[in-house]
Design a protein around this ligand. Structure first.
Ligand SMILES: [Zn+2]
Length: 158
């Protein structure tokens, strides 16, 4: 049975979230706002943000964070896939905001800084969560209220 479950679980072809289908239930939900993309490190961060009920857009799961010490660079994450995704969304689907919700630690900050530069250079509006999340921790460990407030108070990066 365990093997069966493992075989069924795969990554969404659009956002990289864990799913049993080709596309996850969030990406296939037409009621969600497809012009908002929240970038997170891991599938468990999607679960944490969904719990707050503050966000009705889509996600992009990076599969980790930039960490020079561990030899993890931008190309080891799904950053090239994010750039393709943004490039393909044109017309009414054009992405109007990318919310960077990486972990509030060193690697998460480095990843957020890199993405902010990259995305503002191609003129995609970028926002960061408001401060107030426990520093040094994982996004998934923040309680719903704190994470919800950080979401509501997000600011566009200039
Ligand atoms: Zn998806």
């Amino acid at each position: 049975l365990l093997t069966e479950v493992r075989e069924r679980v795969r990554f969404c072809e659009v956002c990289g979230n864990i799913t049993e289908q080709v596309r996850c239930s969030i990406c296939s939900d037409a009621r969600r706002d497809h012009t908002l993309i929240c970038v997170v490190e891991e599938p468990k961060d999607v679960v944490a943000i969904e719990r707050t009920r503050q966000f009705r857009g889509l996600y992009h799961v990076l599969g980790g964070a930039i960490s020079p010490i561990d030899g993890i660079g931008p190309d080891d994450l799904s950053i090239p896939a994010l750039m393709r995704r943004l490039g393909e969304a044109t017309g009414d689907d054009r992405v109007r905001e990318v919310i960077i919700a990486t972990d509030p630690n060193l690697e998460g900050e480095a990843t957020a800084a890199y993405l902010s530069r990259l995305l503002t250079s191609i003129e995609v509006p970028v926002s960061r969560l408001a401060s107030g999340l426990p520093v040094g921790g994982d996004l998934e460990f923040a309680d719903e209220v704190t994470l919800g407030r950080a979401f509501e108070g997000r600011r566009i990066v200039e």
